[in-house]
Write a protein that binds this ligand. Structure first.
Ligand code: PHE
Length: 339
C-alpha cells in the first residue's frame, strides 16, 4: 500500500491541465468521494494498528499535495482563459500615432532616386569642413566674397575650419580620393550666415552631382538635366540654360524649368515669365580637376547643384522657408499622403 501511495504522489506532482474541464476531471479522479484518496481511506481500515500512524501521515500528505497541485492548475488555466476571453482579433489595434517623413526628406529621396537610376552613387561628407575642401580646391580666389564672414560661419579660434556653405566640398573629397569615372550625388545640410526670414535661412539643404569621365561634354550635362527635370516635374517639362558664373565650373549655367503651375504661360508663381530657376551647373573647371589630382588633359566632367527647400517649395508651394525647420506637427502631417 505504501508503494501505491508513493506512485500516486509522483502522478499528482506531474499533473497537467489545459482547460477548466481537465482540472475538474483531475479533481474527480483524485479528490472526490470515489477518488483515489478516498479509496486509500477505505483500505486504511484494514491496516494493522501499529502501522496506522505512518499510513495516516502518508495519506494526508498525498491529499494535501493533490489539493495544492489541482488548485495551482485551476489558477493557471483561469489566467489563460481570461486572456483568451478578451482576445478580439477583429478589434482595430491600439491607436498608434504614425509619424510622417519630413517633406525635405521626401524630396531628397526622390531626387537621389532619379539620379541613382542614372548610375550615380551616393557620397556624403562632414558639415564641419576645412577651407581647402569648401573653397580653395574649388578654385575660389582668396578674396572671393563667399569666403567673407557675412557668408561663412567660422569655428571660433580656427580660421581654417568652417561650416560648409555648399556640398561641393563632398565632390572635392571624392575627387581627391577617386580616379574617374566618377558619378556621385551628394545630398546634405549647408550653412550660410544670413538673417533668417521667410525667404532665407542660416541653414538649408543641397543636392549636388558630379560626373567625370573621358569625353564628357556640355551636351551630356544638358541631356541629363532634361531627363532629371522631366522625371521630377513631369514629362512635358522644358528646361532652359542661362549663362552664369561659378568659380569651379566653366562654362557655367543657371537652369530654369517651365513653370510647374502654368506650364509656361505665365502666372504668379513664375511672376509671369513662364520659367522657374532650379539649379546651377557647368563643366568642371580644369583648374579644379588639377587641384584634386585628376588629369584635365584626359578627363572632363560636369557638376550641378540645387537647393532641396527650393524644389520642395515648387512641389508643395510652401510660402515660408522657416516652416521646414520649426517642426510644427500640423505642417508635417500635411505630407502624410506623400510618404
Ligand atoms: N555649389 C553651388 C552653390 O552652392 C551650386 C553648383 C554646384 C553650381 C555645381 C554649379 C555646379 O550655389
Amino acid at each position: 500500500m505504501l508503494e501505491k501511495i508513493k506512485q500516486l504522489l509522483n502522478e499528482v506532482n506531474a499533473l497537467q491541465a489545459a482547460t477548466p474541464e481537465d482540472v475538474e476531471a483531475l479533481r474527480i479522479k483524485y479528490l472526490s468521494k470515489k477518488g483515489e484518496v478516498s479509496k486509500l481511506m477505505e483500505d486504511f481500515r484494514s491496516v494493522p494498528a501499529e502501522m496506522k500512524k505512518e499510513f495516516g501521515i502518508r495519506i494526508n500528505e498525498l491529499k494535501n499535495c493533490a489539493t495544492e497541485r489541482i488548485n495551482e492548475l485551476k489558477a493557471a488555466v483561469a489566467a489563460t482563459e481570461t486572456v483568451a476571453d478578451d482576445l478580439d482579433l477583429t478589434r482595430t489595434p491600439y491607436p498608434i500615432a504614425l509619424g510622417t517623413r519630413h517633406p525635405l526628406t521626401i524630396v531628397k529621396n526622390e531626387i537621389v532616386d532619379i539620379f541613382s537610376r542614372l548610375g550615380f552613387t551616393l557620397a556624403e561628407g562632414p558639415e564641419v569642413e576645412d577651407d581647402w575642401h569648401v573653397y580653395s580646391s574649388l578654385n575660389f580666389a582668396d578674396d572671393h566674397p563667399a569666403r567673407d564672414m557675412q557668408d561663412t560661419f567660422f569655428v571660433e579660434a580656427h580660421p581654417d575650419i568652417i561650416l560648409r556653405s555648399h556640398t561641393s566640398s563632398v565632390q572635392a573629397r571624392v575627387m581627391e580620393t577617386t580616379q574617374p569615372p566618377i558619378r556621385v550625388i551628394c545630398p546634405g545640410r549647408v550653412y550660410r550666415n544670413e538673417a533668417v526670414s521667410a525667404r532665407a535661412h542660416c541653414f538649408f539643404h543641397q543636392i549636388e552631382g558630379l560626373y567625370i569621365d573621358k569625353n564628357v561634354s556640355f551636351q551630356d550635362l544638358k541631356q541629363v538635366m532634361l531627363l532629371f527635370a522631366q522625371e521630377l516635374f513631369g514629362p512635358d517639362t522644358q528646361i532652359r540654360l542661362r549663362p552664369s558664373f561659378f568659380p569651379f565650373t566653366e562654362p557655367s549655367a543657371e537652369m530654369d524649368v517651365s513653370c510647374t503651375i502654368c506650364g509656361g504661360k505665365g502666372c504668379s508663381m513664375c511672376k509671369g515669365s513662364g520659367w522657374l530657376e532650379i539649379l546651377g551647373c557647368g563643366m568642371v573647371d580644369p583648374a579644379v580637376l588639377e587641384s584634386n589630382g585628376i588629369d584635365p588633359n584626359v578627363y572632363t566632367g560636369y557638376a550641378f547643384g540645387m537647393g532641396v527647400e527650393r524644389i520642395a517649395n515648387l512641389k508643395y508651394q510652401v510660402k515660408d522657408l522657416r516652416m521646414f525647420s520649426e517642426n510644427d506637427v500640423r505642417f508635417l502631417e500635411e505630407f502624410k499622403a506623400a510618404n
